[in-house]
Design a protein around this ligand. Structure first.
Ligand code: MG
Length: 381
């Protein structure tokens, strides 16, 4: 029986993880749950899964939940979430908090040498170098939950790294695939949130529409698999059946495929090295009979280029990229920015940033908050 901690249990990944756990009560026990503020969902989860530890990030939400749930102590704030992230009894910590807020709790789990199912890609985008070093020190193991990285992990497990030539991350292309630059000038948040293949949270869905998400994934892959940026490629694959392709030095390839459903990588991470039955329905080959690939158009989707640029500059720049994107996406969702301006804001913030080398999480957070302020100022202009 694996004892599972879920950081971000009320988000899209957290809920899917609990769906998997619900089906296999003999394999998993929920040890701890942490959420930002969605206490109605959290209260239901507490009733159903009976965790020993619960934390709520938001003060008001925490106070309210404390009134409603008397049978256990509800931990509060970043400190509470971090306490749950490093529980000694946990067999696996699923890090599924959205955005930069996931960094510190994830790092706590790394410091504790935990096995981490990592859905919070921002941790690696912002602080990949530091997390890698710390994991080497403590023996923490990261099992990717991002679908493409889970796919790569599955393709290269047990394979000699010297034999890998290139990793290809696939991207559905999002709702605006095939559009011209001027056609996506004035798209609404509603149109951008209408992802053709994946059901995900709001921020990542917008990041998919701009291809910034794929850019983050390039950075994530760089740290997870020790691959230089030039050996990580991106392919648009609108069917979202193939999740990654690994190219070997002999000119052969291994790809991983399934119907697109986040439960597949979540269940894989939770059960690794085992596999669970019937997580995703089999592919129906009479419907899925064409797989299409295309090189992304970075003139239409320039955010992808920014991510490669941030990775090549290194140091604090990827954290700045992420922070500026978080602020710009939020502004777009609330109607303060046009779709194409997301890129412009991030570019301005990156251009204004003097990248420095990062030695601690505190320095990462410094870069993060500098970039947030800068992005907000630029949006207000
Ligand atoms: Mg992904």
């Amino acid at each position: 029986m694996k004892k599972v901690v879920i950081l971000g249990s009320t988000g899209s990944i957290g809920k899917s993880a609990l769906e998997v756990i619900r089906r296999f009560p003999d394999k998993f026990k929920v040890l701890g749950l942490a959420a930002k503020s969605s206490i109605n969902i959290l209260e239901e989860q507490i009733k159903e899964f009976n965790p020993q530890y619960v934390a709520v990030f938001d003060k008001k939400a925490c106070d309210e939940l404390r009134k409603r749930v008397k049978k256990l102590e509800i931990l509060y704030g970043n400190e509470g979430v971090c306490k749950i992230a490093k529980l000694k009894e946990a067999d696996i910590v699923l890090s599924a908090i959205v955005g930069a807020a996931g960094l510190v709790p994830t790092f706590e789990a790394v410091k504790e040498g935990k096995i981490i199912g990592l859905a919070n890609k921002e941790s690696l985008v912002m602080a990949g170098e530091i997390i890698k070093k710390e994991a080497q020190k403590t023996g923490a193991k990261i099992i990717p939950v991002d679908s493409e990285h889970s796919a790569i992990f599955q393709c290269i497990n047990g394979i000699n790294k010297q034999h890998i030539k290139k990793i290809w991350l696939t991207a559905s292309g999002g709702p605006f695939f095939g559009k011209k630059s001027h056609e996506i000038e004035d798209v609404t948040p509603q149109e951008a949130l209408n992802h053709p293949k994946w059901k995900m949270g709001k921020r990542i869905t917008i990041d998919s529409a701009t291809l910034m998400n794929k850019g983050f994934e390039v950075i994530e892959a760089h740290y997870l698999f020790d691959m230089p940026a030039e050996n990580i490629g991106v392919l648009i694959h609108p069917q979202s059946i193939i999740h990654c392709i690994v190219e070997f030095i002999d000119g052969t390839y291994i790809a991983q495929m399934s119907n697109p459903d986040m439960k597949a990588p979540i269940a894989f991470a939770l059960s690794f090295p085992e596999r669970l039955p019937h997580i995703v329905p089999s592919i129906n080959w009479s419907i899925t009979n064409t797989l299409h690939f295309e090189i992304p158009d970075t003139e239409v989707f320039p955010c992808l280029k920014l991510a490669y640029e941030a990775l090549s500059i290194g140091g604090s720049m990827p954290a700045v990229l992420n922070a500026a994107d978080e602020v710009a996406v939020e502004a777009f969702l609330s109607g303060k920015l046009k779709f194409k301006e997301i890129y412009k804001i991030i570019k301005k913030v990156m251009d204004a940033h003097n990248a420095f080398s990062i030695r601690s999480i505190e320095e990462v957070l410094e870069a993060d908050s500098w970039a947030r302020n800068m992005a907000k100022k630029e949006i207000e202009k």
